[in-house]
Design a protein around this ligand. Structure first.
Ligand code: C2E
Ligand code: CA
Ligand code: CA
Length: 291
């Protein structure tokens, strides 16, 4: 039990200042769940229990779908649909996220290949890349291998790096972003504004897309002047830096109208669509193109 308490305290950033921590049953349950996931994760990947959902990004200029983000789900025969928040942080710690990310990338490339072959409408798809990949200098090699296997143009693929990755070590990330570009992929800065982003670092961060985190959009009625002054200033700044802008977590029509007014490029949020299975996304994309 003291080991449970000790391990749990490692997840708390301020715990290094404590001289003692308490055991609690919730931590033990969490540890048991993680052990269980660890025991089953490899088989689950082989058995296609991990499934890719797509969340459309809506272009604000004309209302059409301008792209989508691939988001992983674990469809567990026992537990049902498990959201990524319950396994991604754990897999980032034990390294299994690398295999999950590559699996998602494989499924996305296979899908794009099929769209191209079937003459369907095609939009760029973004995938999340965990910081765990960066431990390997040649982290793009497996991505390239998969992309080549399906012969998908790299410009249809976008790699999302999170703000925390970038600002934890800007020098390293500048090189990473260069690599991503050299291999032909687009690159976006995800969760921008969720933590301690330094506006100053933006001048060195040569991404193509800035994804504004939900944290910017607390005001569903879109009438908080200070909040919208901040948002429109960030969007103006992004434009000056020639970055595309995507607003994340948009839930109300008022917010969406306001974003259009301040010329944000795209929106990703429940107001337009939740993350949906690939077949549903394909239907949505085809119906949009026929109109
Ligand atoms: P993220 O990359 O920031 O993805 C956006 C999250 O916001 C998604 O949660 C999405 O469902 C949610 N979202 C979208 N629109 C709205 C909205 O209007 N309101 C609210 N409340 N939420 C909205 P999801 O799918 O649960 O994913 C959570 C996180 O898990 C992702 O955050 C990402 O960090 C991670 N993740 C998901 N799939 C992968 C993956 O394949 N690889 C890696 N490394 N991480 C992933
Ligand atoms: Ca993301
Ligand atoms: Ca995000």
């Amino acid at each position: 039990r003291s080991n449970v308490a000790r391990n749990a305290s490692k997840a708390i950033a301020t715990a290094q200042h404590f001289t003692y921590v308490f055991y609690n049953e919730i931590d033990r349950q969490k540890l048991l769940r993680e052990k269980d996931m660890e025991n089953r994760m490899h088989l689950a990947l082989g058995d296609d229990e991990f499934v890719v959902y797509l969340q459309p990004k809506q272009r604000l200029e004309d209302g059409e779908i301008g792209g989508a983000e691939a988001l992983v789900r674990w469809i567990d025969p026992v537990r049902g649909l498990v959201p990524p928040d319950e396994f991604v942080p754990f897999f980032e710690r034990n390294g299994f996220i690398i295999e999950v990310d590559l699996y998602v990338f494989d499924r996305v490339c296979a899908m794009l290949r099929r769209w191209l072959d079937e003459g369907r409408p095609v939009v760029p798809i973004s995938v999340n890349m965990s910081r765990a990949h960066l431990r390997n200098n040649d982290f793009l090699e497996p991505y390239d291998r998969i992309r080549a296997q399906y012969d998908v143009p790299a410009e249809l693929l976008e790699i999302e790096l999170t703000e925390t990755m970038v600002f934890a070590n800007p020098e390293l990330l500048i090189g990473v972003i260069d690599d991503i570009h050299r291999h032909g992929y687009r690159c976006s800065l995800d969760d921008f504004g969720s933590g301690y982003s330094s506006l100053n670092a933006l001048k060195d961060i040569d991404v193509d897309v800035l994804k504004l985190d939900r944290a910017f959009f607390s005001d569903e009625d879109a009438d908080n002047e200070r909040e919208w002054n901040v948002i429109s200033s960030v969007i103006d700044l992004a434009k000056k830096l020639e970055l595309e802008t995507v607003a994340e977590g948009i839930e109300s029509i008022k917010q969406s109208a306001m974003l259009k007014e301040i010329a944000c490029d795209m929106l990703q949020g429940y107001v337009f669509s939740r993350p949906i299975p690939i077949e549903e996304f394909e239907a949505l994309l085809s119906s949009g193109k026929e109109e």
